[in-house]
Design a protein around this ligand. Structure first.
Ligand code: MEV
Length: 432
């Protein structure tokens, strides 16, 4: 079947849905019904969502949950999390409760510097380019004044601009490498606008000086190794004891070994870090931030020493167990979706209107909590016990169980290990 279509974006929403339903479904009406079922009944609200992107046909729901009892730097937080994976919010809540009685989480923002670059080529005397750069450096600041004025009032702006000779990487390749402080906004638009003006200034001034500069592109970097936050938990080894940890020394040893394996071995490190991102992404999404940017930055950071490695670390010193992580997070609590999406606004209110720095701390803590919960399960009961318990509802829903069946299944699997086949067998036995 040839499904190409011309001028699709110009069609009305109704026409787009008609086309999709006819083109891809043997029962177009059923497909249209599914699409419409997920529309918001409030037309204005639906229009808001329609206009976030092009060619919107409907909404894809992701559950929004909350993990309460997070004691962070001495204050309790309830953390909103948008995620579809069954066990994530339960694991976060469990970790929060566990650490609340052991001193809570400590989190510190180490730095908040963002980066942007103008990539260009220059095939001439590099010394002349360097001289020109130093001569016109103040002009990069003055030419962007209309863009930076508001940001400066909020205590942010352009921190520095450097000329970088990158000819060791590519022929004739140079950069303007700029650093920024964007306060409570993620700052992508601000940075990109500054960079595009830098590029204009560079082209103009180079031309005036008789130097031939070719600007290739101007764009922020999502790699933010100097926009970093640290989150930590610690307690005396003996305090690690709970109903699953009867021998705290043995638990601490196994836990440290699990972290060391993730530090040394990339296959394990990727899964270990994925567990951290279960927490990080869920809060990033709930607060209307760009989770693709965060993912890209975090995984690049995990490879900063030349090999992909664990983002978290653990140690025992003088009988004190300490577990921590350090991750780059470029987040905003103003601008973008934060002021547009009613649920994002609500989530920020649940978090008591955090600054971007406070949000960095909260997100890092959610990542650490998730990692702790995963490693605790992996090194004690194994992951499947808790995971499958949470997944039971999904299996029940798959089989469209009646209320009575649901009750019988849940009672049965309170005492029996949950596996997909065991649940299927039990449902079949009920239906015989
Ligand atoms: C599953 O989403 C995440 C884990 O695989 C993380 C880990 O292995 O550390 C449980």
């Amino acid at each position: 079947m040839n499904n190409a279509v011309a001028g699709f974006s110009k069609l009305s929403k109704k026409e787009k849905i008609n086309w999709i339903a006819k083109e891809f479904f043997s029962n177009p009406e059923e497909a249209q019904n599914i699409i419409r079922n997920y529309w918001n009944s409030d037309e204005k609200l639906q229009q808001l969502h329609d206009e976030f992107i092009e060619n919107t046909i409907t909404n894809l729901y992701i559950p929004l949950g909350v993990a309460p009892n997070f004691l962070i730097n001495g204050k309790y937080k309830t953390i909103p999390m948008a995620i579809e994976e069954s066990s994530v919010v339960a694991a976060a809540s469990k970790s929060a409760k566990y650490w609340a009685t052991r001193g809570g989480f400590k989190a510190t923002v180490i730095d908040t510097e963002k980066i942007g670059q103008v990539h260009f080529t220059f095939n001439g005397d590099a010394q002349k380019l360097e001289d020109l750069f130093h001569q016109i450096k103040p002009k990069f600041f003055s030419d962007t004044q209309s863009i930076t004025k508001n940001m400066q009032q909020r205590g942010g702006g352009i921190l520095d601009i450097q000329l970088k000779d990158k000819r060791n990487l590519l022929e004739n390749y140079f950069q303007l490498h700029a650093t920024f402080e964007t306060r409570d906004s993620m700052g992508a638009n601000f940075i990109n606008s500054c960079l595009e003006q830098f590029a204009e200034t560079l082209k103009e001034e180079a031309q005036n000086a008789g130097l031939e500069v070719q600007v290739i592109m101007s764009i922020l970097s999502n790699y933010v190794p100097n926009c970093v936050v640290r989150a930590e938990v610690s307690c005396p080894i003996e305090d690690l004891t709970d109903k699953h940890i009867t021998n705290p020394q043995d638990f601490a040893d196994r836990f440290l070994q699990a972290v060391q394996i993730a530090e040394a071995e990339p296959f394990r490190a990727v899964t270990h870090n994925k567990g951290i991102m279960n927490g990080v992404d869920a809060v990033v999404l709930a607060t209307g931030n760009d989770f693709r940017a965060v993912e890209a930055a975090v995984h690049a950071y995990a490879s900063k020493n030349g090999q992909y490695s664990s983002l978290s670390h653990a140690k025992v010193e003088n009988g004190i167990f300490t577990f921590w992580l350090e991750i780059p997070l470029a987040l905003g609590t103003v601008g973008g979706l934060t002021s547009l999406h009613p649920l994002v606004k609500l989530c920020l209110e649940i978090l008591q209107q955090p600054s971007a720095k406070e949000l960095m701390e909260i997100v890092a803590v959610a990542g650490l909590a998730q990692n702790f919960a995963a490693l605790r399960s992996l090194t004690t009961t194994g992951i499947q016990e808790g995971h499958m318990k949470m997944h039971l509802n999904n299996i029940i829903n798959q089989f469209e169980a009646s209320e009575e069946e649901r009750h019988l299944i849940k009672t049965h699997f309170k005492k029996t290990a949950v596996s997909h086949s065991a649940v299927v067998e039990f449902i079949e036995s009920l239906r015989k």
